[in-house]
Design a protein around this ligand. Structure first.
Ligand SMILES: [Zn+2]
Length: 445
């Protein structure tokens, strides 16, 4: 009798011990915090915008960078140092995508929203996270849809993926870009966000303030707002105003109180001007920026996250409303980007993968910037240092400098000569995240 009572308890304890041990192993396997790694024999582009250094190297200790520069100038510690030979390829920081949606459907949005179980969406998100990491993107900002459990699973090493700054959900007004209550009366919204997450719809400064606090409580590390409409929804236009300045200011105050960055979706010009008045860290999309708005953004030091690959996506197969809005916005977005370049607006890479661009195609974004007039080195800075600043994580990531996390990519060829090299996954030879090699395809070539 005693035995039959005790056994399940012992079994449960053993299982718990086993689970804890296996999680622990995956996090720390082969990675003593004091171990040195030297990446050498590459063209070093450190993400600061400085000239590339040939014969470059990066010395790491555990998860952090100790030194980066010409190999001849780095003091190599005595004793065991793991060597990773870049074989003449280019060494860059791990890239950062400041605008993704890891939980998102490719194909029909409504079919994915209404016809798919949430657990399946999360499993798909895990695959999307892996594809993103293998493309050389070691950090993403997820601006709606992904649950805190996805971030936790990646952090614990249960699944491979980039480190995530999470919004969980954002805030938009009734009839705004995120109001998916259909003419039938069916509200699609609960299917687009993690079960139990706060709903994005809120009106009036008081309700917006409460919602912002609820979103912080739900695990959000960045507050996302919708200042106006967008392209991927059937019922609104990019120029329709969403939240008012007063409503956005209420959320901005919560962002300040809880030390979260503020990211505002704004596509039409009036929404962009409203967003500028609220002074967020970043404006997302900014398609219809004109000269005056670009100058105001530069003056207020607001970062633009252009999602150029989203607005450049092929229109074949898209619903008619989406196609029409996209075609109209495309030319405007290119012009808006050029106004921003001229005015000196800081630009950070963000793609909107999940709403057109595929997870893992993130670095195609940089090719569009170059075709729209940006210098290749500036495009790399947009995808590293500037994106880290948009997240407010530039003290930890974004450049290959002492003290920062050892997030690093080795890419075949020289992306300054051909920026599109970065978009081809087979050119991403090695990816390191926090000093750990998470992809290495040198031997397979
Ligand atoms: Zn988005």
């Amino acid at each position: 009798m005693m035995r039959s009572i005790l056994s399940p308890a012992i079994l449960t304890l053993s299982l718990v011990t086993l689970l804890v041990a296996s999680v622990h192993d995956r996090v720390h396997a082969g990675e003593p915090a004091s171990a040195y790694t030297l990446v050498r024999n590459g063209l070093l582009i450190d993400g600061t915008g400085a000239e590339p250094v040939s014969g470059g190297a990066v010395l790491m200790k555990g998860a952090s960078i100790e030194a980066a520069g010409a190999l001849s100038e780095i003091e190599i510690p005595s004793g065991d140092v793991r060597i990773i030979d870049a074989e003449g390829a280019t060494i860059t920081p791990g890239f950062i995508d400041a605008h993704v949606h890891l939980v998102s459907g490719e194909g029909d949005l409504f079919q994915f929203a209404l016809g798919t179980d949430w657990s399946y969406k999360v499993l798909r998100a895990a695959e999307n996270a892996t594809n993103t990491l293998e493309a050389g993107v070691t950090t993403v900002r997820d601006l709606q849809g992904s649950p805190p459990g996805l971030k936790q699973a990646i952090r614990e090493g249960l699944i491979p993926g980039p480190r995530i700054q999470l919004s969980v959900t954002g805030i938009g007004g009734t009839a705004g870009h995120t109001d998916f209550e259909m003419p039938s009366g069916v509200d699609v919204v609960p299917t687009l966000y993690p079960p139990g997450a706060p709903r994005p719809r809120a009106d009036g400064p008081d309700e917006v303030r409460t919602r912002a606090r609820q979103i912080v409580r739900a695990g959000s590390e960045v507050i996302k707002l919708w200042a106006n409409g967008g392209l991927a929804t059937p019922h609104d236009q990019p120029q329709y105003i969403g939240l008012s300045i007063e409503e956005m200011q209420a959320a901005a105050r919560v962002a300040t109180d809880y030390e979260r960055p503020l990211a505002i979706h704004a596509e039409g010009l009036l929404g962009i001007m409203n967003a500028i008045a609220v002074k967020p860290q970043s404006i997302e999309h900014g398609f219809y920026l004109d000269k005056k708005a670009a100058r105001a953004m530069a003056k207020a030091k607001i970062i633009l996250v252009p999602t150029a690959v989203f607005v450049s996506q092929p229109t074949a197969g898209l619903p008619a409303y989406f196609r029409m809005k996209l075609e109209e916005a495309r030319a405007a977005a290119r012009e808006g980007f050029q106004h921003s370049l001229k005015a000196g607006v800081k630009i950070a890479m963000g793609t909107d993968t999940g709403y057109g661009p595929r997870h893992g195609d993130n670095l195609r974004e940089l090719g569009v910037y170059v075709r729209w007039g940006m210098k290749p080195m500036d495009a790399i800075v947009a995808g590293t240092k500037n994106a880290a600043e948009a997240l407010g994580w530039d003290d930890r990531i974004g450049t290959l400098e002492p003290g920062k996390l050892a997030d690093l990519v080795i890419v075949r060829g020289n992306p300054i000569d051909d920026i599109d090299l970065l978009a081809e996954k087979s050119n991403i030879l090695v990816v390191m995240k926090g000093g750990k090699v998470v992809k290495d395809r040198r031997a397979s070539d």
